[in-house]
Write a new protein. Structure first.
Length: 234
């Protein structure tokens, strides 16, 4: 579904990503793991069109989208759930969701999409008239993920979805990611919770200092000594 070929990205004169290449297979869960500052979020922001690569190509469904505007990438079927949720706090939960269905492809199915996300997140149906800023952290994360689903994405990119959540809510978020995947949505996940990410990912890429240093299945990498020492505290 997605091919990233020799991607390099810089902020001003500082290079963040160095010649990154990886594939995301259709209907898979692909995870990008690594320490803080490795460039994980930069990858997602570049794929979403928020950053311009200095070199390399982004191929989505056999089309080169490297110079598409962000809204064109959403129309093509790519949705980013950013780190930190970034909700509209003075709009209700449902108003935040409806904003997610702004593309031409999604608007016609707004009601159907709302029903789908309310089935995935039953608590949001109860909270639909509540201001987003008054929701708990876990509920706000659910709204952020559900809003991304309202655009009817083919590829859903999640940036640190478990950040700041309790252990119980982290488990719930990862179960929801699996449910979304089981519904046919391809997932690209950036996550510092390595244990849970390895458990659900089909393919994993490890990013350190802006370069991919290791790749394999979640099961394979969970047995690697470097991963055990650096990320699993084993």
């Amino acid at each position: 579904m997605l091919r990233v070929e020799s991607l390099s990205v810089s902020y001003d004169s500082i290079q963040i990503l160095w010649d990154i290449s990886f594939n995301v297979e259709e209907k898979s869960i692909t995870a990008i793991l690594g320490p803080n500052g490795a460039g994980k979020s930069t990858i997602l922001d570049t794929l979403a069109g928020l950053l311009e690569p200095s070199s390399g190509d982004i191929i989505f469904e056999e089309k080169n989208i490297s110079h598409y505007a962000p809204y064109q990438r959403v129309e093509a079927g790519i949705s980013l759930i950013p780190e930190g949720r970034r909700l509209f706090p003075y709009l209700t939960a449902q108003e935040n969701l409806e904003i997610g269905a702004y593309t031409q492809r999604a608007r016609a199915e707004t009601r159907k999409s709302l029903e789908w996300v309310y089935q995935l997140f039953p608590i949001l149906r109860e909270r639909r008239k509540q201001l987003a800023g008054t929701l708990s952290g876990g509920e706000q994360q659910m709204v952020a993920i559900a809003r991304g689903l309202m655009s009817k994405p083919k590829l859903l990119m999640l940036d640190e979805p478990s950040l700041g959540l309790s252990p119980l809510l982290i488990l719930q978020v990862f179960e929801l990611v699996k449910e979304i995947h089981d519904a046919g949505v391809t997932i690209l996940l950036v996550e510092q919770n390595v244990h849970h990410a390895l458990r659900i990912a089909d393919r994993v890429f490890v990013l350190e200092s802006g370069k991919i240093v290791m790749e394999g299945s979640g099961e394979e990498l969970s047995k690697e000594e470097h991963i055990k020492r650096a990320y699993l505290a084993l």
